[in-house]
Design a protein around this ligand. Structure first.
Ligand code: ZN
Length: 264
């Protein structure tokens, strides 16, 4: 029994790490670019120093690229990109099941990385890696299906077609829903980043757990509107256009908040 179970767990892990690729290139860069606009001057200075004057967007996808590394150094990071939780009735239940998860995941790692950066004993090289991961993972947290259900691995097992092409729900939300808008990442960031100071403050409010719960609620709506074998096209984009934009904007503003807290 034990070996069947461990084979099953292994298969699930292989499956999830193979398919989980997070917001595509543009999505992560839009989030990083919006955050860049909202850094405090102290955070901006400290980050510039760590990244040798490079901008956040340049590094935003690196934690996905290293999934192809064959040395095994980054292997343990593949589970950091998501936290799968089945739908919960309310925030308290969500929080309980989030905290019950012991293995490293999106939630535990965002907290760890922030601590690592604040720790005076962390080397500059490790601080830089932690920063890059933080930029990426706050992005992943705002792709709702990175806080999706266990049973379908955040939508990876829900096959759909999108304009006649075979794909799955997770991958559709990672990239196609963003890339199909045909904006460059800077164009998209500039178009979205138009909120007033007060609105920005409201969006940046709440805790990491609130933000995860927010994503899960959106994931539930996506699941509801996208049963398996759905044939999706213009009407699906129309329905979720505002959701995609909201998540990119909120991701960017909240990333700035986290970075200002950590580096400010
Ligand atoms: Zn990712």
């Amino acid at each position: 029994m034990k070996s069947i179970l461990s084979k099953f767990t292994f298969a699930v892990l292989m499956f999830s790490s193979f398919y989980c690729f997070a917001w595509g290139l543009t999505g992560h860069r839009v989030i990083a670019e919006i955050a860049q606009h909202h850094l405090s001057s102290k955070a901006e200075r400290n980050i510039k120093k760590l990244l040798q004057n490079q901008k956040l967007a340049y590094y935003a996808n690196w934690p996905d690229f290293i999934k192809s590394d064959t040395t095994g150094v980054w292997k343990e990071t593949s589970s950091w990109h998501y936290v799968n939780i089945n739908a919960q009735k309310n925030f308290q239940q969500f929080k309980d099941s989030l905290e019950a998860q012991k293995s490293p995941n999106l939630y535990t790692q965002i907290e760890n990385l922030a601590k690592k950066i604040k720790d005076k004993n962390t080397s500059e090289a490790d601080k830089k890696n932690a920063l890059v991961f933080l930029v990426h993972l706050i992005g992943d947290l705002h792709q709702p299906l990175h806080v999706g259900r266990y049973e379908d691995l955040g939508g990876n097992k829900i096959n759909v077609t999108y304009f006649g092409q075979n794909t799955n729900l997770h991958s559709l939300w990672d990239s196609k829903m963003v890339e199909d808008r045909k904006y460059s990442y800077t164009e998209f960031a500039n178009l979205l980043d138009i909120k007033s100071k007060d609105e920005v403050k409201t969006i940046q409010g709440g805790t990491l757990q609130d933000w995860l719960y927010d994503s899960q609620k959106i994931a539930n709506s996506i699941y509801f509107h996208t049963p398996k074998d759905s044939k999706l096209s213009y009407d699906y984009n129309y329905r979720f256009e505002a959701t995609v934009e909201r998540q990119l904007l909120y991701g960017g503003l909240r990333l700035a908040k986290v970075l200002n807290d950590v580096f400010g």
